[in-house]
Design a binder for this molecule. Sequence first.
Ligand code: PLP
Length: 432
Amino acid sequence: MTTGKNAKLHERYKRALPSFLSPYYADPIQIDRGQGGYVFEPDGTKYLDFFGGVLTTMVGHNNPVVTKAVQEQAAKVMHTSSLYLSEPMIELAEKIADLSGIPDARVFLTPSGTEANDAALLFATSYRKSNQILAMRNSYHGRSFSTQAITSHSAWSSTSISGLQVTFVQGPYQLRSPHPELDGAAYTQSCVDDLSQLLTMTSAGDVAALIAEPIQGVGGFATPPDGFFGAMKKELDNAGILYISDEVQTGWGRTGDNFWGYQAHGIVPDMLTFAKGVGNGITLAGVVARAEVVDTIKVLNFSTFGGNPLSAAGGLATINYVLDNNLQANAKAMGDRFRSGLDAMAAKHDWIAEVRGRGLMQAFETVAPGTMEPSPAHATAMLEGTKTHGLLVGKGGLYGNVVRMAPMLDVNAAEIDEALDALQAAADTVKA
Ligand SMILES: Cc1ncc(COP(=O)(O)O)c(C=O)c1O
């Protein structure tokens, strides 16, 4: 039973929405408006937002450039569909095709990351004439029937029923793999060896594709060694298996060193999927793939809302804002500043097993003090504690024991330091 100032709204939430949805916090907060890196409750209570509604508000709340573009488009025409020519839709597809790094790219626009991954599965299975898919352990790729089948995260796996035959490959979550002690190169090799054996032992003929997040989002920002997916892809290439990079959380420069997560691995994927941050909150997602792969689909395939002018205008404004302001470089600089503060904090607390992530995608995993036993209680205490100190962070990880942070790409040094102060203050009151 909620007792806080938003108790009544929380009761209505519970009555109107399914029970599998639940808001963060014992006393959930109500976001009424946002400005830059901050959000506000109706009574004016202010929070520094280091989660962006799950890495989705990417260039600040009420970003003047994005808001203006969306408002102007809304006043012109909000919907056309791909049955008609629409300048924003086509310009957006051209821009994303260019940025993707994929040769002869085609872009299929969808309203959500789930549908983007669903489309990628459709293309891959049709192109390869196979229903066999490889996905990584500890992965999350969406909520629908097909994307649940490639999700390897018990807390998020709603059903085991599927028309796909999926094998889960060992990978990015080294901390809880059979070989946490290996260095990056040796760990990568052990996973490649496992993949190789797996292809020999468990596949029946051609496998369609491997889909992987460069850094596992819901999985608690589990980050493989650089080059990991490059080494995996060599095995895949030998068998003609497509490689799909799910960049829903890692795209658009968030990881600092790279514009796409896949670039840390020295490869170009056959397909990439994107969503979340690209529209700064406007529903926009899609899949990019070589024409020969997409064109396997010979019948009509259509998404009513995919690429509608409103989301396309929001997407173009967001991408241009990222590029014009070189926010990838900011993600690198601010990510480094944030990471050193987090490392210093972690060094003081034996209930933090690991700090991980890249750029402005940082997390720490909580354990029972001095052990490797997952401690979701510590992560929850940090979530509640940071809220008390005016900071919003997220939770994740297989056991709900990872605190995830993903500030806006245009976050500044003062905001990073403010977040670190709030995290320190919360950590100091967490009972070991
Ligand atoms: C890596 C990844 N892929 C796909 C999805 C699904 O995206 P959506 O919630 O927009 O359907 C998510 C959502 O969290 C995600 O993190």
